[in-house]
Ligand binder design. Structure first.
Ligand SMILES: [Zn+2]
Length: 334
């Protein structure tokens, strides 16, 4: 999903909710005191591009009321990337860096007046794709910014940008979303409660990742299979039928083990944080698992993931792991 799709549903106020820094930014923006150069940094998936896109769109929005309205000519042209006063310097197809020529052309255009007589916006996603020479080219315009021109940059790793570029920008370090906030946002988007809770647990604080997972049916099928095999083994006698179901899953093995790891980690985490009731869609006997058993199983899962990378046979590896799970579950159910 692109950040533009996300921007259609999420408002700026939603983006800022729950974060003091972002609320301060939202406030400045709403009262017309938006910084002329803004750099949003933070881990991949925390919503930098969505927020930068909404801010850029909002600056060009000519609608009434809360901005961006999503309906006006300014918004529509921004979203279709046809707004004459919006610039999106990016690498050429099949290239990984933003060419200095691309920036030079933009700088030349910025030297003229705005085509629409209003604001101009430069949105640079993944600004680390500018090599130092290109950054220096941008720096000159940042230092000599006209009143009506706004620069919005996003970047995963802040130090990939020259200190001189960073010092010209207001830098906002975005944090991963809190689980409760994510769950609420996913429900607001019409995702049913249990699914929203599961996504919020597994997406590592990234709304973008949660939405991508929601649409990935193969992920949900794999998760179901993990629950019906690894997580359903209560005794050695259960292993044969589970092994049968896993037999043709060798190519999917990495994904299954990763999901199993997430499931065990969530179970450990949920129990300490919010009590057993939140882990309701795990096979129920897991709710009695003592922490030391979960730790032992997690270690076995991590060992299995290493073995998978070292090309140990899938059947031996998955059955070995189920044996550990059977032995541990037997202990707490005895
Ligand atoms: Zn608008």
């Amino acid at each position: 999903m692109s950040s533009i799709d996300a921007a259609k549903n999420l408002t700026l106020r939603d983006c800022a909710a729950g974060s003091e820094t972002l609320l301060a930014l939202w406030h400045d923006y709403a009262s017309g005191r938006m910084p002329h150069a803004l750099l949003l940094t933070g881990e991949s998936g925390v919503g930098k591009r969505t927020l930068a896109g909404l801010l850029a769109q909002g600056l060009l929005c000519t609608g009434e009321g809360e901005k961006p309205c999503g309906q006006c000519r300014g918004c529509r042209r921004f979203l279709s990337r046809t707004h004459p006063d919006a610039f999106f310097p990016a690498p050429l197809p099949k290239e990984k860096t933003i060419r200095i020529d691309t920036l030079r052309r933009m700088v030349a255009e910025l030297g003229h007046h705005s085509l629409e007589g209003g604001r101009r916006v430069v949105l640079i996603e993944n600004a680390e794709m500018m090599l130092p020479a290109a950054q220096n080219c941008l720096l000159k315009t940042l230092e000599d910014t006209q009143e009506d021109t706004y620069f919005l940059l996003t970047c995963d790793v802040e130090t990939a940008l020259l200190p001189t570029v960073r010092s010209r920008c207001r830098v906002i370090r975005m944090q991963p979303w809190q689980k409760e906030r994510l769950e609420k946002e996913l429900k607001r988007r019409g995702i049913e409660e249990k699914r929203a809770r599961a996504l919020a647990s597994y997406c590592e604080g990234s709304l973008g990742r949660a939405l991508a997972m929601q649409q990935d049916q193969a992920y949900w099928d794999a998760r179901e299979l993990v629950r019906k095999t690894f997580l359903s083994v209560q005794s050695v006698g259960d292993i044969a039928s589970a092994a049968q179901r896993l037999r043709d899953q060798k190519d999917n093995g990495d994904r299954l083990l990763k999901i199993l790891e997430q499931e065990i980690r969530t179970l450990m985490h949920e129990r300490t944080l919010r009590g057993q009731d939140t882990a309701d869609d795990f096979p129920s006997f897991w709710l009695d698992a003592p922490p030391q058993a979960l730790r032992a199983i997690l270690e076995a899962v991590l060992a299995a993931r290493r073995q998978k990378n070292a090309n140990v046979g899938w059947a031996a590896l998955s059955e070995g792991l189920m044996l550990v799970i059977a032995e541990e579950t037997k202990k707490w159910q005895a």
